[in-house]
Design a protein around this ligand. Structure first.
Ligand code: PLP
Ligand code: COI
Length: 365
């Protein structure tokens, strides 16, 4: 089966969906990843048969054998994207084909089958179609979409599974950080790394996030909200945060610096920022960025802004940066002018409030 026609999906409406009042209460204060819509998509893959049994059914528990491969060897990948209520009243997506392509790259790295782009896009449309009332309308809100795939074969041998399950669930989202676009504080992890060359850093697989939890706890213990990882070889070049890419702004020569791809996730927001920064008159430089350079340039004032970016967090200014010996902050420690400008620009495009000269947005209905 291929194609994006939602009619390919068998639709089993929830027999007992949430009432309008229940949904309204959730949408009034959506939080992040806490409440889920009434439905979910499921598609199965079986070696030799391909993709089959696509359906949109009630959101609910999966029934798995204790011997299901993913529970033992973590053969699992996911994506994160958002559906937006647009200014014209329609529902839009942002660069969804890029998520489809990254899902395929993650699958390739994890020895999993690649879901065709049209089926990926069709699955999003099918879910949004039935749960469209769950897309919140407020400023800075959206319906967070979580496509994921796991090895669902019942087998304990260590080899790629022969059966996989792909699902999409959706969760209404407010601002990811409770503090909104206020600066996020960062703990520099010297002990733990996130990804080594040849590893899975560029894949969006669950294991990368599992290993980030201990360093994230360390960040919290030190009064910081997020952890920034350094490279695994030299232990000095900035990689990224647990769920966001990093940018550094040098106003004096109008450049924006960001770590190169390799062991980091190729963020779709990161890529959009390249274009928005260039259009704002800045040169974008992808290069290794030393933690000592960060501190020295922050202290001298050469570094004027630092921000992190990702689908969930959009663009978030970085405030205090700390490790056991140092503490510094870029610029004033508040959201700088370029950070604010690019953030607003991006949100306005995503919500269809301004024209999209880049062809990044698509409407679902
Ligand atoms: N880096 C990591 C580790 C992430 O999990 C994410 C979020 O998806 C990002 C960066 C940002 O990627 P994107 O902008 O595509 O959401
Ligand atoms: C996202 O930004 O979509 C992410 O996936 C980050 C995090 C919630 C895992």
């Amino acid at each position: 089966m291929t194609g994006s026609d939602p009619s390919q999906f068998e639709v089993r409406p929830h027999p007992n969906p949430r009432s309008e009042a229940e949904r309204g209460a959730i949408l009034a204060n959506p939080g992040f990843g806490r409440d889920f819509t009434d439905h979910m998509v499921t598609i199965r893959y079986t070696e030799g048969k391909g993709w089959h049994s696509a359906e949109v059914g009630p959101f609910g528990p999966l029934s798995l054998s204790p011997a299901t491969a993913v529970l033992h060897y973590a053969q699992e990948i996911f994506e994160g994207m958002k559906a937006y209520h647009r200014a014209d009243g329609r529902i839009g997506l942002f660069r969804a084909e890029e998520n489809a392509a990254r899902f395929q790259r993650s699958a390739e790295r994890m020895a999993m089958p690649q879901l065709p782009t049209e089926l990926f896009l069709g699955s999003l449309r099918a879910l949004i179609d039935i749960d469209r009332a769950w897309v919140p309308e407020g400023e800075d809100t959206s319906l967070y979409l979580r496509p994921f795939m796991f090895a669902s074969e019942e087998f304990l041998g260590v080899r790629p599974a022969m059966e996989f399950t792909y699902c999409v669930i959706a969760s209404p989202a407010g601002a990811y950080f409770k503090s909104g676009p206020k600066p996020v504080s960062l703990w520099v992890s010297h002990e733990y790394t996130r990804a080594a060359p040849g590893g899975t850093g560029a894949a969006k697989c669950g294991g990368n996030y599992a290993t980030s939890l201990r360093p994230q706890a360390e960040a919290l213990e030190h009064g910081c909200e997020q952890v920034v990882f350094l490279d695994a070889v030299h232990r000095r070049y900035v990689d990224e945060l647990g769920g966001m890419n990093m940018f550094f702004v040098y106003e004096k020569d109008k450049t924006v610096v960001t770590p190169p791809l390799g062991t980091i996730l190729a963020g779709i927001t990161r890529d959009a920022i390249f274009t928005l920064a260039r259009d704002a008159g800045y040169e974008v430089v992808e290069r290794l960025y030393d933690i000592d350079e960060w501190r020295a340039d922050a202290e001298s004032g050469d570094l004027t802004e630092a921000f992190a970016c990702g689908t969930a967090a959009v663009i978030t200014p970085v405030g205090v940066v700390r490790d056991k010996d140092h503490e510094f902050s870029a610029g004033t420690g508040e959201a700088g002018p370029l950070t604010k400008r690019i953030r607003q620009n991006l949100l306005d495009i995503q919500h269809g409030k301004v024209a999209d000269p880049y062809g990044w947005t698509s409407v679902v209905d």
